[in-house]
Design a protein around this ligand. Structure first.
Ligand SMILES: Cc1ncc(COP(=O)(O)O)c(C=O)c1O
Length: 353
């Protein structure tokens, strides 16, 4: 980013020397993101983040098809950046099917097969869930989508940089990433659009991004996402994160027994996510007592009533268990000492609860 500020402050669309260095940086970044996803650079559109990428995929496809009876299939555990565009498209006349999930948060590909109709224009299934980390059977869903010639989008905001996200291995036609989930800054993301897929832009204007998203490109932000994508391609660091996460879970289980429950799939889960419930407790109450820990809960308390997150509710988790849910996310800088401290604090808190 320092390099971009110093040498690439021109407009990437300008043909003169100042523009050329900026264009070179944007183009290098596009190649780096494409390398992470295993696609061609021209199939990458830079966006402002995961929300915009998801909006462009869903609305862009809907607008470009102009079908009176458009039907979209998604899941009951998507991020609001999918849920809300779907609700918006519902108001424009689309019919949405929300696939259910099992107790681990996974969809059943057979349910997808059964939900497909002649009007289905798009299937959008997240790669990995942001609350519990459960990884969806995208490859199987892609086979079904292909059989019916329906475009498949996946929201990979949580998975990119943590598990492989090569588009041909997954079999997807559209894939969203959010820069700040892989150590790039907030405000930059990308959408992979398979060659041949037509999307109406959300932002019309000059012909930036091959006519798919108007607005002068930011060499500063895109080069940061490019560099982050390069670093994220090496998943060896993730194995250490997973080992730490497992150590965390084992220590909690050994100390607390059935006072702690895992939320999410035991194996098909992001390597950095540990969402656990302390049944009978309130997650926010526990976190309040350990303010040095940056973690989040899976429920909210409104007027003394616990409201489960839609994800935990879709997984059929009871209010008593869901109210005590906390999501811990480990990162590349998390240390064993930090995990030990948090574990000790939790054990101590629960002993006195
Ligand atoms: C799964 C998922 N999709 C989309 C988003 C939205 O990304 P952004 O905040 O970059 O718009 C997030 C962010 O939390 C996410 O976790």
């Amino acid at each position: 980013m320092h390099e971009a500020i110093a040498d690439a402050y021109g407009n990437p669309s300008s043909p003169h020397w100042a523009g050329r260095s900026a264009l070179l940086m944007v183009s290098k970044a596009r190649h780096q993101v494409a390398d992470l996803l295993g696609c061609k650079p021209n199939e990458i559109v830079f966006t402002s983040g995961g929300s915009e990428s998801n909006n462009l995929a869903l609305k862009g496809l809907f607008y470009s098809q102009r079908r009176a009876q458009a039907h979209i299939i998604t899941t009951a555990v998507e991020h609001p950046a999918i849920v809300e565009p779907c609700r918006f498209l519902e108001r424009l006349g689309a019919r949405i099917t929300w696939l259910p999930v099992d107790a681990t948060g996974r969809v059943n590909p057979d349910d997808l097969r059964q939900a497909i109709t002649n009007d289905t224009i798009l299937i959008s299934i997240m790669h990995a869930n942001n609350e519990v980390g459960t990884i969806q059977p995208i490859e199987e869903c892609a086979t079904i989508a292909r059989e019916h010639n329906i475009a498949l989008h996946t929201d990979a905001a949580q998975s990119a940089g943590k598990i492989p996200t090569r588009v041909d291995d997954l079999g997807v036609d559209l894939l969203s990433i959010a820069g700040h989930k892989l150590y790039a800054p907030k405000g930059i993301g990308a959408l992979y659009i398979r060659d041949g897929i037509e999307l109406e832009p959300l932002i019309h204007g000059a012909g930036h991004e091959n006519g798919r998203r108007a607005g002068t490109e930011s060499a500063l932000l895109s080069s940061a996402l490019g560099e982050a994508s390069l670093l994220a391609s090496d998943l060896s660091a993730v194995r250490d994160i997973e080992a730490l996460r497992e150590r965390f879970w084992l220590m909690l289980q050994n100390a607390l027994g059935d006072q702690v429950v895992l939320n999410g799939h035991p194996e098909k889960r992001l390597p950095n996510t540990l969402n656990v419930s302390f049944p009978g407790q309130v997650g926010a109450g526990i976190l309040e007592k350990m303010p040095e820990v940056a973690a989040s809960t899976g429920s909210a308390c409104h007027a003394g009533r616990v409201e489960l997150s839609p994800v935990l509710a879709a997984m059929g988790i009871s209010a008593e268990v869901g109210a005590g849910a906390i999501r811990f996310s480990l990162g590349r800088t998390t240390t064993a000492a930090e995990i030990d401290t948090v574990t000790e604090r939790l054990i101590d808190l629960l002993a006195h609860a």
